[in-house]
Write a protein that binds this ligand. Structure first.
Ligand code: PEP
Length: 246
């Protein structure tokens, strides 16, 4: 059986005092049966690593460079993230794809670099509302995942996938458990054509997940936990989502 995983995506939120408060409340609320991690803004990784060391809650970053090092002003390398003990890094979040024009291939290259430094990439895929309404959901997510499958080849089983319909992110609109399950099953079948380990891989749902809808989503056979944005900034709400995954 796959152990559930719940990952908080703080996005570009927080400050040192508020982060310390949030983490203290989270540590007090745990542990959970599910694995739990937070992906935080890079400047806070040192603080977060110190705070969470030995507590069972993992941490990670929200992006990494596809390059090892060099003249890439503003970028953060996977090697740097590894130095801070990151277990995870998000790649291909829809906000990065939309605001930084990240291509499917760049996302795949980032995933490859993360794995080279023993950081698990959480590869985000998902369709926009226009794509869903045009009936293109399956084709879009398959195209996004396909680039990663081809780039990682036999290492594909080492990633986590997050299905995040763009129309559900930060909008308060959640995919129904059935809508999400249909896409998760499709993604697992696609992974299954590439690796014998698809049944052990985690596919997370993200998009306005909250304490009151998490249990129904996590009850679906191919939903292995959640990638949680807004609700991960509220300790009690995030802790309840982690509990729902238990
Ligand atoms: C996200 O940013 O990954 C996300 C799922 O956001 P929210 O939960 O706020 O919709």
């Amino acid at each position: 059986m796959r152990r559930k995983l719940v990952v908080g995506n703080w996005k570009m939120n927080g400050n040192r005092a508020a982060n310390a408060e949030l983490l203290a409340a989270l540590k007090a609320a745990g542990p959970w049966a599910a694995e739990v991690a937070v992906c935080v803004p890079s400047p806070y990784l040192g603080d977060v690593a110190l705070s969470l060391q030995g507590d069972g809650i993992g941490w990670g970053a929200q992006d990494c460079s596809a390059f090892e090092s060099g003249a890439y002003t503003g970028e953060v390398s996977a090697l740097m993230l590894a130095e801070f003990g990151c277990r995870y890094v998000l790649v291909g979040h829809s906000e990065r794809r939309a605001y930084h024009a990240e291509s499917d291939q760049l996302v795949a290259d980032k995933a490859k670099t993360a794995l080279a430094h023993r950081i698990t990439p959480i590869v985000c895929v998902g369709e926009t509302l226009a794509e869903r309404e045009a009936g293109h959901t399956d084709a879009v997510v398959k195209r996004q995942l396909s680039a990663v499958i081809h780039t990682l080849a036999h290492c594909i089983s080492q990633i986590v996938v997050a299905y995040e319909p763009v129309w559900a992110i930060g909008t308060g609109k959640t995919a129904t458990p059935e809508q999400a399950q249909a896409v998760h099953a499709l993604l697992r079948a696609q992974l299954g054509a590439a690796t014998a380990h698809a049944g052990e891989m985690k596919i997370l749902y993200g998009g306005s997940a909250k304490a009151d809808n998490a249990a129904a989503l996590f009850a679906q056979p191919d939903i292995d936990g959640g990638l949680v944005g807004g609700a991960s900034l509220k300790a009690a709400e995030f802790a309840a989502i982690c509990r729902a995954a238990g």
